[in-house]
Design a protein around this ligand. Sequence first.
Ligand code: HEC
Ligand code: HEC
Ligand code: HEC
Ligand code: HEC
Ligand code: HEC
Ligand code: HEC
Ligand code: HEC
Length: 369
Amino acid sequence: MLTSWAPYAVPVLGLLGLVAFSSVRDQRNDEFPLQPQSSVAVGWADESSCADCHFEQVELFLQTGHAQTLRTVEDSRSQELLQVFQDSVSEYDQTLRVDLSGRDVDVVSQSGANSRSLELDWCFGSGTHAHTWVGTLPDARGQRDLVEFRWSWYHETASFDITPGQTAQKGSGYFAPLGTLFDTPKARRCFACHSTVLPESNGHVDYNAIHPGVTCQRCHGPRQSHVESNGEIQEGFWQAASQMDSIKRCGECHRIAEDQDPEDIKPENPDIVRFQPVSLVQSPCFKNSPQMTCVSCHNPHRPLNSQNSSGIWQCVQCHDSQQEDHVLCSADQLDNCLECHMPKIQVFENIQFTDHWIRVRKSLPKIPN
Ligand code: HEC
Ligand code: HEC
Ligand code: HEC
Ligand code: HEC
Ligand code: HEC
Ligand code: HEC
Ligand code: HEC
């Protein structure tokens, strides 16, 4: 089964450890992580102020998938790819046209006398795996639904293809020739996982004031008093979180085991591979190491490709042949640990993920070229 970008399993936990958020926790609609309530913006410092004192984190951080995961349609990368799409669109869908000539970006589907058009306004994804465009639509009550465009750009093939979760066969709704319609709560969820703050005005998300991307205060909580006090440490800081709380903070967007049907949590199920916190906690490594969290192997302030992730340093922290008390590979291997114990799995047609359920496998998965 193909899961979409926004699967039905939705995290029910907020940044639960953060005391800074606890005053709003009670009022939240538990359906999506960062409730776009104006009160969340209370205590909020300008994100750019972090660079004044934390230039080391900030410089590399800007290259991460987190920092780049949401951009406006006008952004140069988005425009460049839409230009490519405009020039080659007839290869994908003869009824479709992309109009970049005006101030807006419009996609138009023309089938006989039937014409449907959608203005695209945001581009999701850093492009590490994919870019997916959406158009938000105001309704009469000032809410916004969202149409997820049918065509995404994939890094793996450097070309466009159908967006994950959408089918080659077009549906029948009004927007079906152009994509999938999401109602207001679902639309908010996309933004809640791909941005730092969703300010509200008059009870509605103010999309003009979104801070796009998962940046410092999305993980560290509102920091105004920290900035004003020249760096005083606040309660609820990340290093003080317990092992499970730490996992759940990342799992708020990357999903946690509690979001899944227990039936689905089996080693052979490729659908959970995309949800690293779900898989990791099943591993004997995790179960037997009270100190293991996501941060054991990931520095959230650096892009993945600068972390030598394909090396073995992560494993050697606990499986070092120089250490007498460490458990070593019983197949006598000293290298390439990931290949056999943490391989990449084809999850969507054009996207692979790393299986975080670290284990001994009877056979290795075949990855089509
Ligand atoms: C005026 C300088 C200054 C600014 C501006 C600043 N910090 Fe800090 N920050 C510090 C200092 C100093 C420490 C180290 C405190 C210690 O170790 O005693 C620190 C520590 C931290 C820590 C680790 C400890 C903890 O409280 O969790 C985080 C996270 C952090 N800062 C985040 C941020 C973010 C996010 C911003 C931007 C909104 C920011 N800082 C802006 C000076 C600053
Ligand atoms: C607010 C939601 C959110 C939280 C919280 C979050 N992530 Fe992510 N993470 C994302 C999104 C969205 C992406 C996809 C980014 C992209 O477009 O490439 C991502 C991508 C990543 C990647 C791939 C990075 C890359 O540069 O390609 C890693 C690794 C990762 N997250 C680890 C973590 C860890 C570890 C934590 C906890 C410390 C965490 N994430 C917390 C939303 C989140
Ligand atoms: C529960 C949080 C959550 C929701 C809701 C969500 N995403 Fe994501 N999204 C993530 C995380 C985490 C990743 C990184 C891991 C992955 O690719 O699955 C990601 C990855 C992506 C990527 C690929 C980024 C890359 O280049 O690696 C795109 C594109 C994307 N999401 C678009 C969307 C759209 C569009 C919606 C709404 C229809 C949506 N997402 C809803 C958390 C979420
Ligand atoms: C995806 C979540 C995430 C984001 C985004 C994030 N951090 Fe962190 N940060 C963490 C985690 C987790 C730790 C704890 C690391 C550890 O225990 O080794 C941490 C630790 C820190 C620390 C203290 C330890 C250290 O590495 O010096 C500082 C300071 C800090 N972060 C600043 C920032 C700033 C500034 C930004 C934005 C540029 C930022 N963080 C963005 C998750 C995040
Ligand atoms: C034992 C080490 C280890 C731990 C612990 C770990 N990861 Fe990873 N992770 C990796 C490796 C290795 C990769 C592949 C890196 C690459 O391809 O460059 C990876 C890749 C990723 C990616 C990129 C997409 C993918 O699946 O390839 C995301 C997102 C991610 N990890 C999130 C997390 C989160 C969230 C946690 C905590 C629940 C976590 N990881 C814990 C080693 C680890
Ligand atoms: C934080 C410490 C830690 C890290 C990091 C770690 N492991 Fe482990 N791992 C353990 C512990 C503890 C066990 C349980 C050993 C035992 O049987 O007592 C274990 C067990 C295993 C097993 C046996 C699993 C089974 O199915 O029985 C494999 C395979 C394994 N680790 C591979 C790896 C690989 C590969 C990496 C790097 C990607 C890694 N580990 C990283 C601590 C760790
Ligand atoms: C060519 C595939 C391959 C590579 C590469 C590999 N392993 Fe293994 N590993 C295995 C197999 C197969 C087993 C189970 C052997 C058996 O039947 O006991 C195993 C078992 C293990 C165990 C369980 C040991 C126990 O006593 O329960 C650990 C821990 C482990 N490997 C760690 C590693 C680490 C760390 C690396 C990288 C330094 C690594 N492996 C590289 C195939 C591999």
